[in-house]
Design a protein around this ligand. Structure first.
Ligand code: NAD
Ligand code: ZN
Ligand code: ZN
Length: 340
């Protein structure tokens, strides 16, 4: 099968012919129809994070396809089902976090396209207990961005605790952020969008953001606080930029919650007095559970959320990575395997 392989961290991916994996007991084989390209794939291929993936590996955690083979003992899916192979590839199922339905923080979790081979390939091996079940009527290319960008944004919004009628500030209007605006609007929130690119902000307005702020112009924190009458009740930071984190905390209203989902390498200083005296909550959020996934997909299946996608072939992956790195992808690139 054709696959895009990271052979060395920080180097371009290599397009290779590799053997089609064979599902063992409890595993399924998925024939890829589409796979979104997430900024996380770029962090993975560069080795940006403290726990690095071990090359050679195949990135991609927005892979959607049909179940074409299964090992013994599989009961969760049937041949021909359309499934997604997400970032949360598998978890132990019995630790304190799994038992509390917080499988995303299981210490034994495996990650698609990181610790396990992912969707930048014509076939993907998957754990049927953790695949996303794609609702009928949702195409593979439309489902792809939902299984990472969508579920992460949706879960992150829920974690802000913002209620209908309140303000949500979304910082970073790329793959995650454009979907965050759509989810927020569908959930009855008022949206303020922050980015450094005028094209992204224009798109944000088209999706329903009432306020747009260019973080490279003037004082974005003051502009947001003024436009929202004292700061946003919820702030969701998707931007892969440290500056956005400092600004996002300062954009949070008194007693509001700032949810961090962007993952640029590094740290950011937290202004203790302001956070303490304003009773601000700062909270991390990591993709979403299987229940969050089902909810996020349901929004897409009913048409309330629709990802902005640009289709590309697998062979374009290095050019797509370079555009993503420079903020030159409008919303989400989805690799289309229908020609393969
Ligand atoms: P993307 O490249 O599609 O979008 C990033 C957006 O941020 C772009 O629109 C860019 O213009 C904007 N941006 C850059 N600098 C900014 C700044 N200073 N202020 C405001 N906006 C700025 O990326 P993506 O696929 O949406 O991923 C975003 C980040 O989220 C990545 O770091 C990725 O690894 C991370 N991520 C986290 C999770 C999670 O579970 N927490 C899941 C998926 C992705
Ligand atoms: Zn992702
Ligand atoms: Zn566990």
């Amino acid at each position: 099968m054709k696959a895009a392989v990271v052979e060395q961290l920080g180097q371009p991916l290599v397009l290779r012919d590799v053997p089609v994996p064979v599902p063992g007991p409890g595993q399924i084989l998925v024939k890829t129809e589409a796979c979104g390209v997430c900024h996380t794939d770029l962090h993975a291929a560069r080795g940006d994070w403290p726990v690095k993936p071990a090359p050679p590996f195949i990135p991609g955690h927005e892979g959607i396809g049909l179940v074409v083979a299964m090992g013994t003992g599989v009961t969760e899916v049937q041949l021909g089902d359309r499934v997604g192979v997400p970032w949360l590839y598998s978890a132990c199922g019995h630790c304190e976090h799994c038992l509390a339905a917080w499988e995303t923080v299981c210490a034994e979790a495996q990650f698609g396209g990181y610790t396990k081979n992912g969707g930048f390939a014509e076939y993907i091996l998957a754990d049927p207990r953790y695949v996303a079940h794609i609702p009928a009527g949702l195409s593979a290319v439309q489902a792809a961005p939902i299984i990472c960008a969508g579920v992460t944004s949706y879960k992150g919004i829920k974690e802000t605790g913002a209620r209908p009628g309140q303000w949500l500030a979304v910082s970073g209007i790329g793959g995650l952020g454009h979907l965050a605006i759509e989810y927020a609007v569908a959930m009855g929130l008022r949206v303020a969008a922050v980015d450094i690119d005028e094209g992204k902000l224009e798109h944000a307005r088209a999706l329903g953001a009432e306020v747009t702020i260019n973080a490279r112009q003037g004082d974005p924190v003051a502009a947001l606080r003024e436009a929202t009458g004292g700061g946003a009740h919820g702030v969701l930071i998707t931007a892969p930029s440290i500056d956005a984190f400092q600004q996002g905390v300062a954009m949070t209203r008194k007693r509001g919650t700032c949810v961090l989902v962007g993952l640029p390498p590094g740290d950011f200083p937290t202004p203790l007095f302001d956070v303490v005296a304003n009773c601000v909550t700062i909270r991390g959020s990591f993709v979403g559970t299987r229940q969050d996934m089902a909810e996020a997909l349901a929004f897409a299946a009913t048409g309330k959320v629709k990802a902005g996608i640009e289709l590309q072939p697998l062979s374009a992956i290095n050019e797509i990575f370079s555009r993503l790195e420079h903020g030159k992808v409008a919303s989400r690139v989805v690799l289309d395997f229908s020609g393969n």
